[in-house]
Design a protein around this ligand. Structure first.
Ligand code: G3P
Ligand code: CA
Length: 242
């Protein structure tokens, strides 16, 4: 059986502020196979890495990301209340890609178009990734499957995955019909009935989020699923023991 992969969710976010350069650098240092991150567009059309539509939860600012220019966002402290990270800022997607480019890490870019719609975000992100020569290391995902459809239309060879919040019947057929190779179910999804085995049997690459507990990590990786975790250090320790 091929070795399962460990993706650092928003970077090594158990140890450093989520979606910041320190969190991604730490994930790399800990030996994660990949990182997961979330993208939005600023008022002046820059691709930035932050989870929420608003800056309120993770920075000392308030309001929507899309109402800030990049320069204005840069003034905010993105330490997410964690001690010792006063210098942390909201990074651009370009900065994160440049940071991890020298290594071999994979990058799961989640397009955050589930709540707000950012016109042209898919093409902009795709062109950036291509321009940096990293298209073979990126997996595109979104809860908004229309965003994935756009990626597929623009770059049919791109690696794509559907994020699953709710259960979709016959999701394997649905993914195959749209040329999507990966499924990203929530941990709560695959704890139901026989869904994990069914997803794994479909031949699609299954990456489960967000798996932080030792027991869940051991179970999922033991079954052959990749994991997206805040704690890549723990996941890698457990994988070594499998
Ligand atoms: O991509 C997996 C996971 O990050 C999806 O949920 O809310 O953490 O972006 P969320
Ligand atoms: Ca995410």
């Amino acid at each position: 059986m091929k070795q399962v992969k460990v993706y650092a969710h928003r970077g090594a976010s158990a140890y450093a502020p989520e979606n910041t350069l320190p969190a991604f650098a730490l994930a790399m240092e800990q030996g994660a196979d990949g990182i997961e991150l979330d993208i939005h567009l600023t008022k002046d059309g820059e691709l930035v890495v932050i989870h929420d539509e608003k800056v309120d939860r993770t920075t000392n600012g308030t309001g929507l990301v899309q109402d800030y220019t990049l320069a204005e966002l840069r003034a905010l402290c993105a330490d997410n209340g964690m001690d010792g990270f006063a210098e942390a800022r909201i990074p651009t997607l370009r900065e994160v890609l440049a940071l991890v480019k020298p290594g071999k890490m994979l990058v799961n870019i989640e397009i955050k178009t589930g709540i707000l719609w950012y016109d042209g975000i898919e093409e902009k992100a795709l062109r950036l990734v291509e321009g940096m020569g990293m298209q073979d290391r990126v997996i595109w995902s979104s809860f908004n499957h229309y965003s994935i459809e756009k990626i597929r239309q623009l770059a049919p060879e791109a690696a794509t995955a559907y994020l699953l919040g709710d259960i979709i019947c016959d999701v394997e057929k649905y993914a195959a019909a749209h040329g999507v190779q990966g499924l990203h179910p929530g941990l709560y999804n695959v704890k139901m009935a026989d869904l994990l085995q069914r997803y794994l049997d479909s031949g699609l690459t299954v990456r489960v989020w967000t798996v932080n507990g030792a027991e869940d990590l051991r179970w999922l990786m033991g079954q052959g699923a990749d994991v997206i975790t805040n704690d890549p250090k723990l996941a890698l320790e457990i994988r070594r023991g499998l």
